[in-house]
Design a protein. Structure first.
Length: 636
């Protein structure tokens, strides 16, 4: 098994590496994470190809250096080798370097062997590592080095038993790729406290102020109020030892679950994922649409957590081979937060996903959506009308329901009868009649919509248009004195028109009933603490058009602790609004072709998703890569 000795100006550490592939860089998604200003997110790769170990630079900004010179082609290691990234030096060895202490003091004598027989393009274009099938043909005819047995000395976490003061123990990040480091892992409570620490300023409550309320409204684990900032800090730091029943299974589960919830609040997570393995349970958060690893706990502790969550959600704890769903609530000092629970059987038990329905983390009103002024005025105008239809389109997770909820909160529910039909009901709105869909009982969107029309509604929120009957009934309601708000799965505003026609809706209904179609995405915002600027290329200037005038820099993600090394912190909506005009209605009724509709749009105020994104890039709010990720081929 190969070893990697890492030395920085501040510390040093020794790691065991996987035998297949190791990635090194600043991002925590790498096998080896380093904190060096000259490191790229995925800086370089060490990969085993037919028994040899190959070092490749992944197109990094500052290069991977051997003997002080950046490498342009893959380098083949012998039994030992050295390289550097910025101020971080790496010593690679197939043997445990602790068996040869003199080697650590002579890095210059053990450099990699140049792989002259390996052309620069042998690694392919994949920046994640080498391509084994392309390198194999260049390596298979070279002399094979004899492998040696590596003594398993990883139980000793130190480089040298006589130098305990200078050499740190393996940390939690190291334990993820050191197979023998599980016994040396820091306890989950410490990992979670470190996760929360950089984001504690966002919290105005402590871990023991999270009351756990079951699905029947019973407060099973009440809060313990903290009065001062010092008490809040102490409760976070002491989590895991403060409860009187902390030695019991229930007390341990309650303590760590509260800390997990606090981590989700601190990280603005929308979901919590519990993924079982053979011996442990990996817990991850979805933050700004991306997955962030949180902590790994032993399977025994994971079973206690599952038991607690099932009790809170009124789920049968004896069943594990079926899909189970439920919900519970937490009571905080200033609000309550709902959680939706879903258990699904997988190979090592049950995977659990908890949806965090925290209204504080989502926009509450139309003014909070960061809409351009002209779009906001159009939507506000239609939402006060007595009839008409507003459709919001986009993929799953693009914030469609949040936008419709924001519109409903601006409706005067004292003077208007507002009814929603949802699958499921996510947030409870005061003064609004909310009806959940139940497919098992035959309560579909279409059947419930026909029933709701007999309830004298003024405003109807229809969770989703999925079929012809629902589409036509909703549009007929919009034409007969009701304001209808709904969502549909379509790529953009023009695509929504063709989606409705494809469902079988009559063109005259689409043209007559529709007022506004809003397409949206959620785009990640660059972290202000670490984003880096770069001069735009001529191609980028051309793409941005008028938005690119006088733009000296385009910013890109870097990654830091404040943004979980993602380079992004927070999201906002990216919008495209189509207002139905007489000319556009004529185009739908006569031909309904893409060319005719685009021709009609060319004569009205219309900004595409891509154009809206270029404005954010010019303002330094997001990056070109993020726009490409969320808009994709729709911008072609």
């Amino acid at each position: 098994m190969p070893f990697l000795f890492i030395q920085t100006p501040d510390n040093r550490r020794l790691l065991k590496l996987p035998t297949h592939k190791t990635t090194i860089g600043r991002s925590k998604t790498n096998t080896v994470t380093i904190d060096d200003d000259f490191s790229s997110r995925v800086h370089c790769t060490i990969q085993q190809i037919d028994g040899r170990y190959i070092l490749q630079d992944n197109g990094s900004r500052n290069g991977t250096k051997v003997n002080g010179q950046p490498i342009d082609t893959p380098i083949q290691f012998g039994r030992k080798g050295s390289f550097s990234i910025g101020q971080t030096n790496f010593l690679f060895s197939l043997d445990d370097p602790r068996l040869d202490p003199d080697w650590l003091s002579k890095p210059a004598a053990v450099t990699p062997e140049p792989a002259a027989a390996i052309p620069a393009n042998a690694a392919g274009s994949d920046s994640s590592g080498l391509s084994p099938d392309r390198l194999f043909s260049h390596l298979k005819n070279q002399p094979q080095q004899n492998n040696v047995a590596v003594n398993d000395v990883s139980a000793d976490p130190l480089l040298d038993g006589d130098d305990d003061e200078d050499v740190p123990q393996l940390g939690d990040e190291d334990a993820m790729f050191d197979p023998d480091a599980q016994n040396k892992m820091t306890d989950p409570f410490a990992v979670l406290r470190r996760f929360i620490k950089p984001h504690r300023a966002r919290l105005d409550f402590a871990v023991n102020q999270i009351g756990l309320v079951n699905s029947r409204g019973e407060n099973l684990h009440p809060t313990e109020l903290a009065q001062t900032e010092q008490e809040i800090t102490d409760q976070i730091d002491d989590a895991g030892q403060s409860d009187s029943d902390q030695d019991s299974d229930v007390g341990m589960a309650v303590n760590i679950f509260r800390l997990l919830l606090l981590s989700a609040f601190a990280g603005r997570a929308s979901d919590m994922h519990f993924e079982p393995g053979t011996e442990s349970l990996l817990i991850r958060l979805r933050v700004d649409g991306s997955m962030v690893s949180l902590v790994e706990v032993p399977s025994a502790l994971g079973a206690r957590l599952y038991g607690l969550i099932k009790v809170l959600s009124d789920i049968d704890i004896s069943k594990r081979a079926t899909v189970q769903e439920g919900h519970f609530r937490t009571q905080l000092p200033d609000r309550s937060v709902d959680f939706r629970v879903s258990f699904t059987p997988v190979i090592h038990g049950q995977k659990l996903v908890i949806r965090v329905l925290d209204s504080v983390s989502s926009p509450q009103h139309l003014n909070d959506l960061m809409l351009p002024d002209w779009m906001l005025s159009h939507i506000q105008k239609v939402s006060t009308q007595s009839s008409g239809m507003i459709l919001v389109c986009g993929p799953t997770g693009s914030g469609k329901t949040t936008t419709l909820y924001a519109a409903l909160r601006d409706v005067d529910v004292q003077r208007r009868n507002v009814i929603t039909i949802e699958d499921p009901v996510e947030y409870q709105l005061k003064g609004v009649t909310q009806i959940p869909i139940n497919q098992k009982q035959g309560n579909t969107f279409h059947s419930m919509l026909r029933s709701v029309l007999r309830q004298d509604p003024d405003v109807i929120l229809l969770g989703e248009i999925r079929d012809r009957e629902t589409a036509e009934t909703g549009m007929q309601a919009a034409m007969t004195g009701h304001l209808v708000l709904s969502t549909i799965h379509a790529r953009d505003t023009v695509g929504t028109i063709f989606r409705l026609l494809d469902l079988g809706a009559e063109p005259y209904l689409v043209g007559s009933a529709m007022n506004l179609i809003l397409a949206q995405r959620l785009i990640r915002l660059l972290c202000n603490n670490c984003k880096a600027g770069r001069k735009p290329t001529p191609k980028q200037m051309h793409q941005m058009g008028s938005f690119g005038k006088n733009v000296g820099e385009i910013f890109y993600p870097v990654g830091c602790p404040n943004c979980f090394d993602q380079g992004y912190a927070g999201r906002q909506g990216l919008y495209e609004l189509l207002t139905m005009t007489d000319e556009l209605r004529d185009a739908i009724l006569k031909s309904a072709t893409m060319g005719a509709i685009n021709d009609a749009l060319s004569r009205v105020l219309f900004t595409s998703l891509e154009q809206s994104g270029y404005k954010l890039i010019a303002d330094g709010i997001t990056s070109p890569e993020e726009l490409d990720r969320i808009v994709g081929s729709s911008s072609a």
